[in-house]
Design a protein around this ligand. Structure first.
Ligand code: NBP
Length: 476
């Protein structure tokens, strides 16, 4: 046995991760169901470090030092179960199976429990950053036992991205915590992209900016409070010209956004854990709506507002306002994501350090941004912060942005341009800060038609009004 770690599943993610380990000086055992992938990894990149290729699972396992560390990097779902079933009989108590795929956290909890019975550690690990991240340093979110992390964490930390000398990898919490946090990362990524798309749409249609001008605007924004990877690549995509037609690239791409499922999971599971994430939900539904070409075709003749687009100083003012609205809405969607992580941690008994989640997303992952340092500081100042919106600094920034934010939502409505992300974020902000919500009326209606009862503001107890009788109130 000579390899410190093994990777099975050598499609783009697995082979890049294996190369990343090898480039950091680890001897890496490599295996893939179809051996041609293993061979081509060795042929193309074998000289980058020390690899031990194996075609048979038994040889692969035999080449690993103990405790064995075995990274599974295959398609999530049934393929992951198939690989676990194939390898587990070859392993011994104390060995560590790491699932780096995009698993559903409930699958991870199930697998962790099953392997724990056999004395084998299962580390469900979120990995973000796409193929480039896997090769050059991703953000890594491992779940599982503290004991497994002690034997594995230093290696993962070494190959992760680093910001200010700190690794973008930390032990998230027990069983499914790592995959849960990775899922919320992807949900926030959906929300970020939706807000960026709304900013683009509004400035293009309401302020008449061209894709080339917008590329410049996003480039400028990337030097300010919005500084982030997604803003940076937005400028790149908007500046790109289609080589065939000479048109802006953004104009030749079909306007139906696809999704692989982690955004949808985030929303489904948010409902299960009782965490309101309307910003992420709007982003998932906006993608879904964009793909419904039959609905869009049927509704195309519906009338819209007549008003002309903004010009001159008005258009430029809208640019500045949209920057503010984008930032404020971003704070709101991150607050929703963190709130969801906290809700799940309470429900599943995970001891998650909310500040360290921000810390490990500062580099490597798709939502990496300077802004995450501020989230980290907010939790450092108050680890029990109930919502990011209550942090003094964020509260001040939201207060400063709100006039521009409201003007943007107004302009969008007047111009007939959909901005579900901006609008819903503003509604969330206004709902949280409201003294009274109309939920009181909803409770009254529920009691009227279904005797669902209500609580009172002034007295303990559960009450019902005899709506169909004398309207007297009884305590239940
Ligand atoms: P894919 O998700 O396309 O999976 C391909 C790999 O799974 C191949 O190695 C394939 O082996 C193997 N595999 C399958 Br499919 N069924 C198998 C089975 N029954 N038994 C054994 N192996 C099986 O690869 P990927 O895009 O590299 O992603 C790997 C994981 O990383 C996924 O879970 C993905 O969600 C996650 N992820 C991807 C990204 C990204 O940017 N692509 C980012 C973060 C996480 P074969 O060669 O024999 O067919």
């Amino acid at each position: 046995a000579s390899a410190s770690i093994g990777v099975t599943g050598l499609a783009v993610m697995g082979s890049n991760l294996a190369r990343n380990f090898a480039r950091h000086g680890y001897t890496v055992a490599v295996h893939n169901r179809t051996p041609t992938r293993t061979r081509s990894l060795i042929e193309e990149f074998g000289n980058e470090g020390s690899f031990v290729p194996a075609e048979k699972p038994a040889d692969f396992v035999a080449s690993l030092e103990r405790p064995r560390r075995l990274v599974v990097m295959v398609k999530a779902g049934e393929p992951t179960d198939a690989v676990i079933d194939e390898f587990v009989p070859l392993l011994d108590p104390g060995d560590i199976v790491i699932d780096g795929g995009n698993a559903h956290f409930q699958d991870t909890r199930r697998r962790e429990a099953a392997l724990r019975e056999r004395g084998i550690h299962f580390v469900g690990t979120g990995i973000s950053g796409g193929e480039e991240g896997a090769l050059h340093g991703p953000s890594i979110m491992p779940g599982g036992s503290a004991e497994a992390y002690a034997a594995l964490g230093p290696m993962l930390e070494k190959i992760s991205a680093h910001v200010d000398g700190e690794p973008c990898c930390t032990h998230i919490g027990a069983d499914g915590a790592g995959h849960f946090v990775k899922m919320v990362h992807n949900g926030i990524e959906y929300a970020d992209m939706q807000l960026i798309a709304e900013a683009y749409d509004l400035l293009r249609r309401a302020a008449g900016k061209t894709p080339a001008q917008l590329a410049e605007i996003f480039r400028r924004w990337n030097t300010g409070m919005l500084n982030s990877y997604l803003i940076e690549i937005t400028a790149e995509v908007l500046a790109h010209t289609d080589q065939d037609t000479g048109k802006p690239f953004v104009d030749i791409v079909a306007d139906a956004a696809e999704q692989k499922g982690t955004g949808r999971w985030t929303v489904q599971i948010a409902l299960d854990v009782g965490a309101p994430v309307p910003g992420i939900a709007e982003a998932v539904f906006a993608r879904s709506l964009s793909g419904h070409t039959e609905l869009r075709a049927a509704a195309r003749q519906l009338s819209g507002p007549q008003g002309p687009a903004l010009t001159g100083a008005d258009a430029d003012r809208l640019v500045d306002r949209v920057e503010q609205a984008l930032y404020a809405s971003k704070i709101v969607s991150y607050a929703q994501g963190w709130n969801m992580i906290q809700a799940a941690a309470d429900q599943f008994g995970w001891d998650i350090d909310l500040g360290s989640v921000a810390k490990i997303w500062r580099g490597g992952c798709i939502i990496r941004a300077g802004f995450l340092d501020e989230i980290r500081s907010a939790y450092a100042a108050n680890p029990a912060l109930p919502t990011l919106l209550a942090d003094e600094r964020f509260a001040r920034q939201l207060g400063e942005a709100q006039d521009a934010w409201r003007a943007v939502v107004t302009t969008a409505a007047q111009q007939g341009i959909p901005t579900p992300g901006f609008s819903s974020a503003l509604a969330y902000y206004d709902a949280l800060r409201a003294d009274r919500l109309p939920a009181a009326l909803i409770q009254g209606l529920r009691d009227f038609f279904g005797a669902h009862t209500y609580l009172r503001t002034d007295r303990e107890g559960v009450f019902h009004t005899e709506w169909s009788g004398d309207r007297s109130e009884t305590r239940k």
